[in-house]
Each structure stands twice: as C-alpha cells, then as structure tokens.
Write a protein that binds this ligand. Sequence first.
Ligand code: PMV
Length: 317
Amino acid sequence: MSLTVSAPAKVILFGEHAVVHGQPAIAAPVSTLRASATVLNDQGGGLRIRSVDLDQVLPINLDSDLVDSALALTARLVLQRLDATPPNALITLESTIPMASGLGSGAAVSAALARAVAAAVGYDLPQSELNTIVFEIEKTYHGTPSGIDNTVIVYEQPVYFVRGCDIEILPIARPLTLVVADTGAASLTRVAVGDVRHLVESEPQRIQPVLETIGDIARQARTAITSGDVAALGPLMMQNHQHLQTLTVSSPSLDHLVGAAYAAGALGAKLSGGGRGGNMIALVPPDQLHQAETIRRALLTAGATRAFITTVEPANH
Ligand code: PMV
C-alpha cells in the first residue's frame, strides 16, 4: 500500500508572543505550502522514516527512551497512543515549507508524520488526539509553546486561539489576501520566546501592558475579520508590529520589509511568528487585488529572499 498524507504551513495574523502569556491570537493555514508523508508498507525491516530534506533514514525502535529526534518521538507517541507495534513500513517525508522562518514547518512535519504512522497501522487519528501529539513535539522544539501552531496546522482552519481554552474556528466574512515575505534570516522561536519571558519577568510593569494591548488588538481584529471589515485590519497590523518591536522580537530587516510593503500600497504589515528574522505578512486591499503583485515585487526589491501571495479563505472553503 502507498498513501500520502499532509499538513499545511501557517501564518500568525495577530498576537504572537503575547499568546504565550495568555492573550488571544489569530492564525490561518497556508494550504499551498505543505509537509507530506508517504507510507509504503513492505514485507520487513520495521518502521523507517526517510527525511528527504535531512537526507537520512531513521529506524524507529519502540523501546528506546531516547528523545533523540523529534521524528522518532512523533512516531513513538503515535504508536504508544494506538497501542501498536512498529509496522513494516517506510515513511518518506518531504516539505515545501521553509524551516525556521515562522511558517510552522516543524509542526506541519510532525502532523504529517503522525498521520502517516497512524495510517501505516490502519488508523485515522482524531484531530484532537493528533493535536495533543503534535503539541508534545512542539514542546521539544520550543520549550513553552502556546499551542497555536499545532492547532491551526492540525485543523487547517483559521483559528482564534487562547492558551488552554477550547478551539474557536474563526468565521472569515471576506477573504484576506496576503503577501508573505521572508527576510532570509533563520531564527529560533525558542530563543525569542525565552527572551520575551525574561523581559516580562524583569520589567513586568512596562511589558505586561504591552502584552495586554496586543491582546486587545487581536480581539479587535477578530471583530473586523468576522464582520468583513478588512480595512480595519491594516492599522491593527501596524500597531501589532510596533508592540512586537517593544518586545524586541522584530529586526531591522523585518522593519524594513514592513515599511516597504506599506509604501507599496499594503493596508498594513507586520512580522509573523517568532520574529527576529523569518517572515512578515502584508495585507492587500481587497478592492485592489492587482496590487498584490506590486507589493510582492516591492518586497523582493527591498531585500526579501522570497515572497508569495496567499489568500486566507473562510473556513471549509
Ligand atoms: O513557530 P513560530 O515561529 O511561528 O512562532 C509561534 C508563535 C509564538 O507566539 C512566538 C510562540 C508560541 O508558541 O505561540
């Protein structure tokens, strides 16, 4: 049997970092970029995971307690959850999602792999269980993840997310067209999240209000998104970006790309994800969609290493 399962990339529209500290955030899947896992059941050899990107084949041994690799841990968690022994299968992983750039590549690879391991032993994991497993893996990458990445990637729907609360799928009234542009600088979310935590601990009186203001911005954005008031989102993105600067998670190149997108006609722009590098997003005016390509080119001219246009559609589109 050969079967391919997959999971999408994601962008955070509002509220990254503040979400780790209990504030709401909004994220959406980017379905055109995906991690995929192809299962080939065979006659022997146990379970092996072949990562095309890492150019390696990893044998999976259920008895090992070593947290040697996030891939092995994912496979083990799924098998333990299903009370299954490792099947004879080769699972090949591929991804078109750039790594360490705030697009959720780690969570998407984990989700695709977990789906594949379950499929290799004849199960279809419920979304909620898959979400729990991918969250466990996210902890090994991030330390203290909020859970927003795994949630938006597993459910592949726009979400309004508050740590520890039930998942809220966000009904989007009008599609949002975004340009996503990469600074080309890889950055570790774990480090940025740790630095923000230190900042909150060392200067709570200055930083706590910033987190709360970001939370207010996310709440206002939710109202604007669900009522179709796309124009209101531009200023909210600019404000959110400024507060992320205060949290020290922007960078000169992110600020430069945000300015370039705005100058080229975007309604607003901000960094997206862990920051310090990685990607930013720019919102295209809905009545001037031809501007998307102008903004994309302006971002490339301003130094982005790649830039693409994506549309956040209403749930179940
Ligand atoms: O994985 P990234 O780089 O998209 O960042 C995730 C968003 C953060 O709020 C920075 C961290 C988290 O766990 O929510």
